[in-house]
Design a protein around this ligand. Sequence first.
Ligand SMILES: Nc1ncnc2c1ncn2[C@@H]1O[C@H](COP(=O)(O)OP(=O)(O)O)[C@@H](O)[C@H]1O
Ligand SMILES: N[C@@H](CCOP(=O)(O)O)C(=O)O
Length: 320
Amino acid sequence: MGLNVYAPASIGNLSVGFDILGAALSPIDGSLLGDSVSIESSTTGDFSLQCVGRFVDKLPADPKQNIIYDCYLAFRKAMADMGRTDEVAVSMVLEKHLPIGSGLGSSASSIVAAFYALNEHYGKPFSEAQLLAMMGELEGQISGSIHYDNVAPCYLGGIQLMLERDGRISESLPVIEDWYFVSAYPGISISTAEARSILPNHYSRADIIDHGRYLGTFIHALYRGDGQLAAESIRDVVAEPYRKQLIPGFDAMREQMMADGALAVGISGSGPSVFVITDSKEKAEQMHQWMQANFIQNDRGFSHVCQIDTLGTRVLEETA
Ligand SMILES: Nc1ncnc2c1ncn2[C@@H]1O[C@H](COP(=O)(O)OP(=O)(O)O)[C@@H](O)[C@H]1O
Ligand SMILES: N[C@@H](CCOP(=O)(O)O)C(=O)O
């Protein structure tokens, strides 16, 4: 029996909670924005991975350099640690729909889809919390330090706040139902590890106070269902001032979106994708058109009108 698992794109940080907030995205036109992984028992007795999809060309040529293989090794080791050593190897197919280095949680999407598929295939040996911990480890291997703000929303859906306590890595926050997100990827690539390395090691007292105030107000406003206040609190003093120079046309884009009635504008993860929040579907469609005409740089770029994906990672198809 085989399975096909889909893991949605995500916005790390949400521009107000660096490394500790993230949201999963779902295009409103019903299309899928995320990687998927198919899995079945290997007929040769060896692990195999085939990679297909629009953004496959930037993946490492050797399947054993793909993060999916590391997920498989980590999963098998964890199973061996619980005494399960005689399991049959698997054949996996990765459909790579999220560009690498896009700020859309591309590596997280592959990692989460892989772990979810492995857990389903081998009869769910691990709990949600155990799986999330393994996903964070693997994401940390790629970006240089463990951060759950992509893997948690990608896996669990919704807006996630990282608690990082034993057994409670992440918890869901309330979602503002009438928020529309325009998510635009300009088509160039930024390495997450490099975008992390350019951030300061120390911040001023004023920045720390502002950061605490914005994040506290944001969470308070979500619990009150006050979308206006929540969106107004989306202000980034930690990453945007340093990262925005990596994104061509960022300031002009922000100015245009705010003039067009955006409630908030920010960098998605480590960029170069950006997100815009509005409470009007019509405005979101207009902003999406503007992004396509003005922000996207080449034929690899794209823009989508999305809402929060509350389902998270799921099985799309089971095959006999
Ligand atoms: N399945 C995969 N998906 C994404 N990146 C992968 C995968 N397997 C290996 N990689 C490597 O991991 C790195 C991901 O870079 P990163 O900047 O973290 O991307 P992103 O921010 O899109 O997750 C790249 O060097 C890429 O070649
Ligand atoms: N908190 C991380 C998020 C990185 O997201 P990605 O989608 O760019 O991998 C950071 O800002 O470094």
